[in-house]
Design a protein around this ligand. Structure first.
Ligand SMILES: [Zn+2]
Ligand SMILES: [Zn+2]
Length: 170
């Protein structure tokens, strides 16, 4: 048995129990994918695949995609769709938290649910529209992170043709 640097026995035991109770086999692949996403929250599928393949070199990228989708179906992972970016995955499930994404660099941060339980927001239905029973309200905040806000050339809503300016990477 290899002991990876980022593996936690307590977490693996917890994931194993969850997989068992969902009628899924506990496999090294599934545990490695969960550990990779736990270690790097909001990983893309490619990020997760790279981390898993560092540990299990024989697993294909396609297999990691399949495991990610299956664990998402099982409720052990949450898939987040962000604008202008591939889907991200995280192990923080079931607390109805939201996300803020930087429109400059694409970094994503967790935002706690405003009311603490789903659905966070209640829609006001237009008269005559078909109503639904709302179970989840997922909020995607968009803005600029501190790093991107400090770059003066990043004006987006001005249509003036400014000359190419160098970005300063910080
Ligand atoms: Zn940013
Ligand atoms: Zn999150």
């Amino acid at each position: 048995m290899t002991t990876g640097t980022h593996r936690s026995d307590a977490l693996e035991a917890q994931w194993s129990r969850a997989l068992h109770s969902l009628g899924r086999r506990v496999t090294r692949q599934r545990l490695a994918v969960l550990a990779a996403v736990e270690h790097s929250p909001h990983s893309t599928a490619d990020d997760a695949a790279a981390a898993v393949r560092a540990e299990l070199p024989h697993i294909t990228v396609q297999s990691v995609y399949v495991v990610l989708a299956d664990l998402t179906d099982a409720g052990l992972l949450r898939r987040i769709e962000t604008p202008h970016s591939p889907a991200r995955y995280e192990t923080r499930v079931g607390d109805n938290h939201h996300h803020a994404v930087c429109t400059g660099c694409g970094r994503i941060e967790d935002v706690d649910c405003a009311v603490g339980h789903a659905p966070c927001l209640t829609p006001s239905w237009a008269p005559g529209s078909g109503r639904m029973t709302i179970q989840i309200a997922e909020v995607m905040y968009q803005g600029l992170c501190d790093d991107c806000r400090d770059i003066p050339a990043q004006s987006t809503d001005h249509s003036t043709d400014s000359p190419q300016k160098e970005h300063h990477e910080r």
